[in-house]
Design a protein around this ligand. Structure first.
Ligand code: MG
Length: 158
């Protein structure tokens, strides 16, 4: 068994879509980033890469590379899911927490899970939570949001 941890944060900005788990969340701002800035997908991607011992998300999708400009993060996650499965790993469990003061995300979580299940992560193997930061720090001031993910991979060797 291998465990991984992933972390990501992005700043809110006007004129951007807010995408989480590949679904668009209605909100007055979106997240700023080189790609589509889907903080949930990035955090899960980073956790899976870590558990597989393959480095970090930045090794695969450097933000200095124009190839990933406005990239679809769900597709990026899909490519990592396929890579770790090809290396003999099964995704046993993913637990992730989204931390943002606004908007409230709880009613979108089932849709996020269903959308993520389309790229090879069963919705019965993932838990997504949302919480605020109690008004503290950059999250509390509404400047950005963060996602933290842990995952468990099982190596299916023999
Ligand atoms: Mg990111």
């Amino acid at each position: 068994m291998r465990i991984g941890i992933g972390y990501d944060s992005h700043r809110f900005a006007e004129g951007r879509k807010l995408l989480l788990g590949g679904i668009e969340i209605p909100y007055e701002k979106g997240l700023m980033g080189h790609s589509d800035a889907d903080v949930l997908c990035h955090s899960i991607t980073d956790a899976l890469i870590g558990a597989a011992g393959l480095g970090s998300i930045g090794d695969f999708f450097p933000d200095s590379d124009p190839k990933w400009k406005d990239a679809n993060s769900l597709h990026m996650l899909k490519s990592i899911v396929e890579l770790i499965k090809s290396r003999g790993f099964k995704i046993s469990w993913i637990d992730t927490v989204l931390i943002t003061e606004k908007p409230k995300l709880s009613k979108y979580i089932d849709r996020m899970k269903i959308n993520i299940s389309t790229i090879g992560i069963s919705s019965s193997s993932i838990n997504i939570k949302a919480k605020t930061n109690e008004g503290m720090g950059f999250i509390g001031k509404g400047k950005g949001m963060t996602a933290i993910t842990t995952c468990l991979l099982i190596f299916k060797d023999g």
